[in-house]
Design a protein around this ligand. Structure first.
Ligand SMILES: Nc1nc2c(ncn2[C@@H]2O[C@H](COP(=O)(O)OP(=O)(O)OP(=O)(O)O)[C@@H](O)[C@H]2O)c(=O)[nH]1
Ligand SMILES: [Mg+2]
Length: 367
């Protein structure tokens, strides 16, 4: 039986009536993918976050009642919490509280099978949990009254410091292993670059169809699925399209926390090293969601240092989008974004040669 969860969102942009339902729906999907059954949504609108509990205290107390009566085990919060907020909420709600960072991390962890992804995720997990352990144990020590003089307090503090030291040691170990792997990856990228063959990276949100396109363009048979984050570690094509190296890599989610993105440095290196970036979107998505996803990915690419002149937009799933493509998506893209685009379908093979042509032209223009 799935773990019963509430989804909680604090809306701070009080004038936004369009984006928040989309963000909520996307988050609910991730909470589901993390293995939870969403029993209800609780939404509060206030301009300022409550510093201790995120939501107003009255709301949290109501929630605590419902957690008991409705047998809730997890409260998943759309917003990103400080360690102190998480600690206080868990204490008051008496159940696990996960914020968006942790929910997404949990979904990633379900998919991580290769060493690099596992290490990158372990680091992301440790960096989030270290300040939380500090707060949680610190608060406990403050409350504990030494029962037999100072000696027992000393024991508690000793355990506290040795626990933190263990986590710090593990962080250092994982970081050093990752930097070794990152150096190796960079030297592979340099060797590939020396061959003078264009490198083309497929980027976009999860489920856009990056791996499906990668398979269609290269004849590979990598796993494709509707689960979020099916692909974590990058895959590079070799044989069947010898004129181009295609790179399939990790997918993003709407509003992904920047500190979580920065955990995936090896994937970001693959993107940075590519000549051309194909930003893949699902053209059958609702137009508001589509706009938010494109902005989200462009922001990540900007922050990663990838220039706009390297980017081509692939409107994938043309077969599924039907008339929405010509009537809504294309006029919208033309109006909103200064990006060269091509409508394709990885499923039917529609316009793939057009995409390859655009890639070659763009590569030539970069030289
Ligand atoms: N109808 C249709 N479905 C497609 C097309 N391309 C991909 N899909 C489906 O969309 C879903 C996601 O495809 P993937 O290729 O795994 O997507 P991805 O972008 O690699 O996703 P992540 O690896 O999770 O980031 C799968 O169910 C595919 O079968 C397409 O052109 N048309
Ligand atoms: Mg994939």
């Amino acid at each position: 039986m799935a773990t019963r969860a509430f989804v909680v969102m604090l809306r701070t942009k009080v004038h936004d009536h369009i984006e928040w339902p989309v963000e909520l729906a996307e988050f609910r999907q991730l909470v589901g993918a993390a293995g939870f059954e969403v029993v209800d949504n609780i939404i509060q609108t206030r301009i300022h976050r409550h510093s201790a509990y995120l939501l107003g205290k009255g709301r949290v107390e109501d929630l605590a009642q419902r957690v008991v009566t409705e047998q809730i085990e997890v409260v998943a919060i759309y917003n990103v919490l400080t360690s102190m907020q998480k600690y206080k909420l868990q204490k008051l709600l008496r159940c696990d509280v996960l914020d968006r960072y942790e929910v997404v991390l949990q979904v990633f962890e379900k998919e991580a099978r290769d060493r690099v992804s596992q290490l990158q995720l372990e680091l992301a997990r440790l960096q989030k949990s270290y300040p939380f352990i500090k707060v949680a144990v610190g608060e406990r020590l403050k409350r504990e009254k030494p029962s037999r003089g100072e000696a027992s307090r000393g024991g508690g503090e000793y355990a506290y410091h040795s626990k933190l030291q263990l986590v710090r040691k593990r962080i250092a170990k994982v970081k050093s292993e990752l930097s070794k792997l990152r150096r190796e990856n960079k030297s592979r990228l340099r060797a590939r670059r020396k061959l003078g063959i264009p490198m083309v990276c497929l980027v976009g949100c999860y489920n856009a169809g990056k791996t499906s396109l990668f398979n269609a363009l290269t004849g590979a048979e990598k796993e494709v699925s509707e689960r979020p984050f099916t692909t974590l570690a990058s895959k590079v094509s070799h044989a069947s399209n010898p004129g181009v190296f295609f790179v399939d890599t990790i997918g993003f989610a709407l509003g992904l926390d920047p500190s979580l993105i920065s955990a995936f440095q090896l994937n970001l290196d693959d993107m940075r090293a590519s000549d051309v970036i194909v930003l893949v979107v699902d053209a059958a998505d609702d137009i508001i969601l589509l706009r938010m996803k494109i902005h989200s990915v462009l922001n990540i690419l900007d922050a990663t240092g990838i220039e706009r002149r390297r980017i081509i937009l692939a409107l994938n799933k043309a077969d599924l989008a039907g008339t929405q493509l010509a009537e809504q998506v294309i006029p919208f893209i033309e109006k909103q974004f200064d990006l060269e685009w091509v409508a394709v379908s990885a499923a039917t093979g529609y316009n793939l040669s057009e995409l390859e042509l655009l890639i070659r032209r763009r590569y030539a223009s970069l030289a």
